[in-house]
Design a protein around this ligand. Structure first.
Ligand code: ATP
Length: 386
C-alpha cells in the first residue's frame, strides 16, 4: 500500500491532515504492508490507536480483532469510531441478544461491514469467540490481531491479567500479523510481550521514550502545609487560569482530575473544593451507573471542571485539555502513576502533575513494594523450576 493512499485515508476517515509524529507515520506505513508483526511502544496520548485503526480501515475487505482490557475502554473506542462512521463492534455481556446476533451474522457474511471487532481477553477465551475466530481465519478474513495495553501479558507489568497469556495460543498456526501496543514497557515486559504473544523473530518495533516534555511534575507534603485544601485550590486556580471569584475557567474545556485512594476521600474532597468555590464532582465504583455517566458527561462537556476520582476513572478517558492531574495520596506504583498522570496535556500544551504525599502513605508504598517483590520472587523461582 503506497503512502499517498495512507495519507488520503488519514484525512478521509480520521479527519487529520497530518500524522502526530514521524514515528506514528512510520508505524502506520509498516503495519499497512501486513508483512510483519509489530510492537508499538509510545507514550500515553501519543496516538497509538491510530497506528492500527487506520490500517484496519484501509484493508476494507478484512476484519481487525482488537483485544482490549476493559469494557469502558472498548466503549470509548467504539463510540469514537462510530462517530467517524467507521464500523466497529464489540461482543460482550452488556449487549442485547439481537445486537449480538446482528454482529455475528455480519461477521459470518461473505463481505462483512465490520472493520474492527473489540473483545476482552476473557471473552476471547469463550467457545463462541473461538468458533468465530477460526471461521474468520479459515476464510482469510482477518487483517490484524491487535493487543492493546500489551504490558498486561507480563507478570512484570503493573496490570498483569492472566487471560492475556492465552492470547498467544490464538497465534498458533495463524498467519495474521499481530500488532502489540503499550505505553509502559520495561525491558522485562518487552521480552514477555514478544515471547507470550509469539511475535515473529523479524517483528518490527516502533518505540520512543516515555518522556512527555509538556508535563511538569512536583510533590508537596500536606503535613507541612498550613491548609492543604487551600493549597490545592490555589493550584487549581493557577492551572485553569481562574481568578478567585470565578467558578469556571475562561476556556470551558480546561479541566483537571484529582485521584484519591478511597471512595470516601473523593466525596470529602469534592465537598471541600465546592465550599472553596471550585465546581467539583466525584467518580467512583460506589455510584449508581446513571450517576457515573452523568458526572463523567458533565466533566467531559466542561460544565464542571474538576473531578475527584478513584483510579477506576481514567482508562479510556481521552480529553485533550486536562491541564492538571493531582494524586491526593501516593499512587500505587511508578507505572500506574505514569499512566494516570499521562491523562494530562494530551493536546501537547504545558500541564501539571502533582502528588500530595503524606508520611502515612509510606506504609502503603512499603506494602505495594513488598507485594511486587513477592511476585518477582515467585516468578524467578518458577523460572528456575521450569
Ligand atoms: N495524527 C493525529 N493528529 C492529531 N491528533 C491525533 C492524531 N492521531 C491521534 N490523535 C489524537 O491523539 C489523542 C491520543 O490518542 P490515543 O488515545 O490513541 O493515545 P494513546 O497513545 O493510545 O494513549 P494512552 O496510552 O494514554 O491510551 C486522541 O485524541 C487522538 O484523536
Amino acid at each position: 500500500m503506497d503512502e499517498v493512499t495512507i495519507q488520503r485515508g488519514l484525512s478521509t476517515h480520521f479527519k487529520f491532515e497530518e500524522f502526530k509524529s514521524e514515528l506514528q507515520k512510520n508505524a502506520v506505513v509498516e503495519i499497512c504492508q501486513r508483512k510483519n508483526d509489530v510492537l508499538v511502544s509510545m507514550p500515553t496520548g501519543s496516538g497509538k490507536s491510530l497506528c492500527y485503526q487506520l490500517p484496519a480501515v484501509l484493508h476494507s475487505d478484512k476484519i481487525t480483532i482488537v483485544f482490549s482490557p476493559l469494557l469502558a475502554l472498548i466503549k470509548d473506542q467504539i463510540d469514537h469510531l462510530l462517530a467517524l462512521k467507521i464500523r466497529a463492534a464489540s461482543l460482550n455481556s452488556k449487549i442485547t441478544k439481537p445486537e449480538r446476533e446482528m454482529i455475528i451474522a455480519d461477521l459470518k457474511s461473505t463481505s462483512p461491514n465490520t472493520r474492527l471487532l473489540y473483545v476482552t481477553p476473557e471473552q476471547a477465551a469463550t467457545t463462541t469467540f473461538k468458533v468465530l475466530y477460526n471461521n474468520l481465519h479459515n476464510f482469510n478474513k482477518l487483517a490484524y490481531l491487535v493487543v492493546d495495553e500489551a504490558h498486561c501479558v507480563s507478570e512484570w507489568g503493573h496490570d498483569f491479567r492472566p487471560h492475556y497469556l492465552k492470547l498467544g495460543e490464538l497465534r498458533d498456526n495463524c498467519n495474521v500479523p499481530c500488532i502489540a501496543l503499550t505505553a509502559t514497557a520495561s525491558a522485562e515486559v518487552t521480552k514477555d510481550i514478544i515471547s507470550n504473544l509469539r511475535l515473529s523473530k523479524d517483528h518490527r518495533t516502533f518505540k520512543t521514550s516515555c518522556f512527555r516534555s509538556n508535563l511538569f511534575y512536583d510533590v508537596f507534603y500536606p503535613n507541612m502545609l498550613e491548609d492543604p485544601y487551600k493549597h490545592l485550590r490555589n493550584f487549581i486556580h493557577e492551572c485553569l487560569k481562574m481568578k478567585e471569584e470565578e467558578s469556571l475557567p475562561k476556556h470551558k474545556k480546561s479541566c483537571g482530575i484529582i485521584y484519591c485512594r478511597t471512595r470516601e476521600q473523593t466525596e470529602v474532597l469534592m465537598e471541600r473544593l465546592n465550599k472553596l468555590g471550585i465546581k467539583t464532582l466525584c467518580y467512583h465504583a460506589g455510584l449508581k451507573t446513571h450517576e457515573r455517566l452523568e458526572f463523567q458527561d458533565k466533566w467531559q462537556n466542561g460544565d464542571v471542571p474538576v473531578i475527584c476520582a478513584t483510579i477506576s476513572f481514567g482508562m479510556g478517558v481521552d480529553k485533550a485539555t486536562v491541564r492538571f492531574v493531582v494524586h491526593w495520596g501516593v499512587p500505587k506504583d511508578p507505572a500506574s502513576y505514569y499512566q494516570e498522570s499521562g491523562r494530562a496535556g494530551r493536546d501537547g500544551k504545558p500541564s501539571k502533575c502533582r502528588v500530595y504525599y503524606n508520611r502515612s502513605d509510606s506504609k502503603a508504598v512499603e506494602f505495594h513494594l513488598s507485594q511486587d517483590l513477592g511476585r518477582a520472587g515467585s516468578k524467578e523461582s518458577r523460572k528456575k523450576e521450569s
